[in-house]
Design a protein around this ligand. Structure first.
Ligand SMILES: [Zn+2]
Ligand SMILES: [Zn+2]
Length: 342
């Protein structure tokens, strides 16, 4: 990327410089995400041009720095899109996803729409993959799936039998549907398009609602006998966030996953019903990603067969096609597009 909002080109660039504690990973698969599109649009202040996007990947370790102890060349790995420094207070408490000096491939550094990508503090951030997990499925885990796991699990606190409302059935929304179902929740999925709603039903949603028809809040409150225990805005819009909060049961919890842009960022812009927050004792949680320490639990869930991230993969494209596909992300894609280099 030489300029925001101009088609990215495939070019030969120098190898990433390898820090003493880092690893260079040969990319085998990389997911294409709406966050990449936000970056390309210029919504992310951390991006310095020229820039290489891509942040959800899996591959094989090609080279490690002299300080790396636990990761060796040849290891099959993935890494969280938000790599921790390992030394700040959140990292020391295990919350690497909100590291004070975070490194985000594809945002603060060059990303994985490339043959090689750098992972800093490799002993912390490189996550070895189980033998049975394919690179493409692991890439599909790397951002939306793991964020949905954090949103439904740690941040949402979904328990078996709870009603989970998922507003928006793109990659992260469908991941939340699948994970909510795996954790024993009853899922209501909302979208404005029939294709994503049909996918949500296939992946375990008990109820599917057309968000453009009728009053979604009232319908969810009726379907669930009072409102959802946990509700997720998986799109990122003022109207959806407000509807998600209002569709909650008393003492329910809203989790904001979708990124809000421009004037929608503040509370005033979003229009969160603060009076209902008090009268119904609601909670609002933000989720940025999943701590690297939670990968083993997520990988166990995948290995058990309860969830299969590969079911979210919509199509596979070559590296040469990534730029055009990225620029087209202003329209919702059906499932996750995976870039497979060479
Ligand atoms: Zn992403
Ligand atoms: Zn840190």
């Amino acid at each position: 990327m030489h300029a925001f909002r101009e088609p990215p080109a495939l070019e030969d660039v120098p190898e990433p410089e390898l820090p003493a504690d880092g690893a260079l990973v040969e990319v085998r698969a990389s997911g294409l995400c709406r966050s990449d599109w936000h970056g390309w649009m210029g919504h992310d202040a951390s991006i310095r041009l020229p820039h290489g996007p891509g942040h959800e990947f899996a591959g094989v370790v090609a080279e490690v720095g002299p300080e790396v102890r636990g990761i060796v060349p040849g290891d099959r790995v993935t890494a969280p899109f938000c790599c921790g420094c390992g030394a700040c207070e959140p990292c020391r408490l295990g919350h690497t996803q909100i590291c004070e000096r975070d490194y985000q491939p594809g945002f603060t550094g060059w990303g994985s729409f490339a043959e090689r990508v750098l992972v800093p503090v490799a002993d912390l951030n490189c996550v070895p993959l189980p033998d049975g997990l394919a690179f493409e499925a692991a890439a599909a885990l790397g951002c939306r799936f793991m964020t949905a796991f954090a949103a439904v699990g740690e941040r949402g606190g979904v328990r078996a039998g709870d009603w989970l409302a998922v507003h928006g059935c793109g990659g992260v929304g469908l991941s939340a549907v699948m994970l909510g179902r795996a954790l024993g929740a009853r899922v209501v999925a909302v979208d404005v398009a029939p294709g994503p709603l049909a996918r949500a039903a296939e992946l375990g949603a008990e109820e599917t609602l057309d968000g453009s028809a009728g009053d979604v809040v009232t319908t969810i409150r009726e379907l669930t006998g009072g409102g959802a225990h946990v509700s997720i805005d998986a799109i990122g819009s003022a109207a959806i966030a407000a509807a998600s909060v209002r569709s909650l049961r008393r003492r329910g919890r809203h989790v904001q996953v979708g990124l809000l842009s421009g004037g929608e960022r503040g509370v005033g812009g979003v229009g969160i019903p603060m009076a209902e927050l008090i009268s119904r004792e609601l909670e609002i949680a933000g989720v940025h990603g999943m701590p690297v320490r939670d990968y083993p639990a997520l990988l166990r869930l995948v290995a058990s067969g309860a969830v299969d991230p590969a079911r979210l993969i919509g199509r596979r494209i070559a590296l040469e096609e990534a730029g055009a596909a990225l620029a087209a992300m202003d329209r919702p894609a059906e499932g996750i597009t995976v870039v497979v280099p060479g």
